[in-house]
Ligand binder design. Structure first.
Ligand SMILES: [Zn+2]
Ligand SMILES: [Zn+2]
Length: 405
């Protein structure tokens, strides 16, 4: 019992840290001190100016840790549970290094600001360097979390879409149009990628035509894209002809795969790992019947291949696992496409990597299990050829740690 209370008090300390940080952005009396923290680093997290850095530790990090110590101590005294003191001890462990850093000592303890290239993708539950880098250099009014990502996930500040260049395929369809509307409302610059040259989009949207099989022609455009949403698809319904089989796999599986590889190949700079994302609409057909066998087969293959690619992905890959919504592909869909689009954005801003939007409760149960076991199976029985080659040659650098040029 006391152990559980101890864990709760640590979580409370972290919530205090995040609230203090948010106050540093919105509450005038401490804003100037928090600004020192933002001025202290260059884009690679090296210290821009030692005097500013020391001041930022003294006037931002030290009071932040003092608040954590004080509030957790107050809660421990008020609740009279010895376990609650753990949060106070935990906070103290941040106060001491912050005081020392303000004197120019123990700089290596500043873990979330270690200088150098970003080598990981933003972590899901704990704030890593790449996660925090986005707060400094992507959008300062988001990504507030300091240690656990929970406060951002509650507030919807785990992903900022403001000013991002977001390209959407299948743009002329019902969901494509819904996504364009919602992404634009969030302040994104949207590129509508469509195979339908007659399609009309809302003002401010850049339209881009492409043809199936000619994905490589999109590469120059993808280089400037922050988030690519692969949303196109085909449903041949009951057709089981040879042509229907090929068409289903070509559109739903292989063209998506080609676009995925092209987009991942455009991730070349250190900060691309932080800002670039790939969202792929794999559909709830991954785990449930869609009453269209070829749609299910091609979408399941796609879903599995995405799971495989996620193992070494140099950026966040989100799956959109959607139930039946009304569209040209499915006139009987029960959900409305604009509502589904809003739900997708709501969940993406809370960093859901598997964005499930459906009315079928079984999907919420089956999909995470399937994804977990499939991912584990792939991890055990496949290997990254690039990593293996490096190991064989004695060059122990892999894609997750190597410097990307
Ligand atoms: Zn800040
Ligand atoms: Zn920082």
């Amino acid at each position: 019992m006391q152990f559980i209370l101890g864990i709760i008090s640590i979580l409370l300390a972290e919530v205090v840290r995040d609230i203090y940080h948010i106050a540093g952005h919105y509450w005038q009396p401490i804003k100037q001190f928090h600004l020192l923290h933002h001025k202290a680093y260059r884009r690679d997290f090296s210290i821009a100016n030692m005097e500013t850095y020391k001041k930022s530790q003294l006037y931002n990090d030290v009071p932040e840790a003092l608040c954590m110590v004080g509030l957790t101590a107050a809660i421990a005294i008020l609740t009279q549970h010895p376990g609650m003191w753990l949060g106070c001890v935990y906070s103290f462990a941040f106060l001491v290094p912050a005081v020392l850093r303000s004197q120019g000592m123990l700089l290596a303890t500043d873990l979330s600001h270690k200088p150098g290239d970003l080598v990981e993708i933003p972590a899901l539950w704990r704030v890593n360097r790449t996660y925090h880098w986005r707060h400094h250099f992507d959008e300062t009014n988001a990504y507030f979390a300091g240690h656990f990502t929970s406060v951002d996930r509650v507030l919807g500040t785990s992903l900022s879409l403001k000013g991002k260049v977001i390209a959407v395929t299948g743009a002329s369809g019902a969901l494509g149009q819904g996504l364009i509307e919602e992404l634009s409302r969030q302040g994104a610059k949207v590129i509508a990628i469509t195979t339908n040259p007659a399609a009309v989009f809302r003002a401010g949207t850049t339209a881009l035509s492409w043809e199936l099989g000619a994905e490589v022609e999109l590469l120059p455009h993808l280089q400037g894209v922050d988030i690519l949403v692969i949303n196109h698809g085909v449903n041949v319904h009951g057709d089981r002809s040879s042509a229907a089989v090929y068409q289903s796999y070509e559109v739903n599986t292989f063209s998506t795969l080609r676009l995925t590889e092209l987009f991942l190949s455009s991730i070349t700079k250190s900060n691309d790992r932080a800002t670039k994302e790939l969202w792929i609409n794999t559909s709830e057909a991954e785990v449930n019947p869609a009453f269209s066998p070829l749609y299910e087969l091609s979408k399941r293959t796609l879903g599995d291949l995405v799971t495989l690619q996620r193992l070494d992905a140099p950026c966040i890959i989100r799956k959109l696992v959607l139930g039946p919504f009304k569209s040209q592909l499915n006139p009987y869909g029960v959900m409305s496409a604009p509502w589904v689009a809003r739900a997708i954005i709501f969940l993406a801003k809370r960093d859901f990597r598997d964005i499930i939007v459906t009315i079928n409760p079984i999907t919420y149960l089956l999909f995470p299990m399937k994804e977990l076991f499939q991912s584990l199976y792939f991890r055990l029985f496949t290997k990254n050829a690039k990593i293996s080659a490096n190991l064989m040659s004695g060059n122990v650098v892999d894609r997750s740690t190597s410097k990307v040029s």
